[in-house]
Design a protein around this ligand. Structure first.
Ligand code: SAM
Length: 276
């Protein structure tokens, strides 16, 4: 049965192009176009929007984004085997899909869109580079960043760390960085059976929207204090931040040295960073 967009079913595409999934590339494909549309819809109305997608693979999510009316998709894919399948999608949507063969970790995302259209990032990320990509997107020197939002699939445990706030079990460096510069929300979970091949754990889609005016703070200093504080998360701050200023630093920031890292709000972490 042909899919709603008139392109062949993804299972056929994968078979025809010999796209057996490679673990080293974090390849777990989504074949259900209803599910990929649900992910794409999490990014909001896409009319007039240029979407950057990392890792389109055989193109399930790419097809959903295009079918939902994005002005253009710029997709970065490392696996050259996927390019012929993606070329078929590009032919079906003339002028609306550009595929760049390359490594997303080396891609200068902020320079990809030159027509002034709003940019959103949507991706079912390869698990092995997902967190690093997110941190890169969170820490550019200029803010607001090049994107209006990030709609990203992660392993559920990573998603929980992204949206975690003070006093949550999952709160750590990632939660502080995300909370400092974005409003991060858990959208929904996706069971392992939705993927081919199924991964070991449940996944989650998270949606992050940049805060226009985050608390003024140096990203490097915030990294320094979160790394020290969460490096010994069970210890009191007087011990865990010893190497970066200890009790004197805590006194300057007016933070009780008996507290533990996981109880500090993002605002308090910024205060600590600003007192370094
Ligand atoms: N978007 C497809 C889907 O939802 O079915 C595939 C998602 S799969 C989890 C991750 C994709 O990222 C694969 O196609 C893989 O080849 C690609 N990939 C892995 N590492 C990459 C990297 N460093 N840069 C760009 N793409 C990468």
């Amino acid at each position: 049965m042909a899919a709603l967009d008139g392109l062949p079913p993804l299972r056929d595409v994968i078979q025809r192009h010999g796209l057996d999934a490679r673990k080293a590339l974090g390849q777990n494909f989504l074949l259900d176009l209803n599910l990929t549309q649900k992910i794409a819809r999490t990014a909001g109305i896409l009319d007039g929007v240029t979407v950057i997608e990392v890792g389109p693979g055989p193109g399930g999510l790419t097809r959903a984004i295009l079918a939902l009316g994005a002005k253009k998709v710029i997709a970065i894919e490392r696996d050259a085997r996927c390019l012929p399948a993606l070329a078929e999608i590009a032919d079906h949507y003339p002028g609306r899909l550009d595929v760049i063969e390359g490594d997303a970790l080396q891609t200068p995302f902020e320079t990809l869109v030159t027509d002034g259209s709003p940019v959103r990032v949507i991706a079912n990320l390869p698990y092995n580079v997902g967190t690093q990509l997110l941190v890169n997107w969170l820490l550019p020197e200029t803010w607001p960043p090049f994107y209006q939002s990030l709609t990203l699939m992660f392993q559920r445990e990573v998603g929980q760390r992204i949206v975690a706030q003070a006093d949550d079990n999952h709160y750590g460096r990632l939660g502080v960085l995300c909370g400092w510069r974005t409003q991060a929300q858990m959208a929904f979970d996706v069971s392992p059976q939705a993927f081919t091949p199924p991964p070991k754990v449940t996944s989650s889609v998270v949606h992050l929207v940049p805060i226009e005016n985050p608390i003024p703070c140096s990203a490097a200093d915030l990294e320094k204090v979160t790394m020290a504080a969460f490096g010994q998360r069970r210890k009191m701050l007087r011990q865990s931040v010893k190497s970066i200023g200890g009790e004197a630093l805590l006194a300057r920031a007016e933070i009780d040295p008996q507290r533990r890292a996981e109880t500090l709000t993002v605002e308090e972490f910024c205060r600590l960073a600003n007192c370094l």
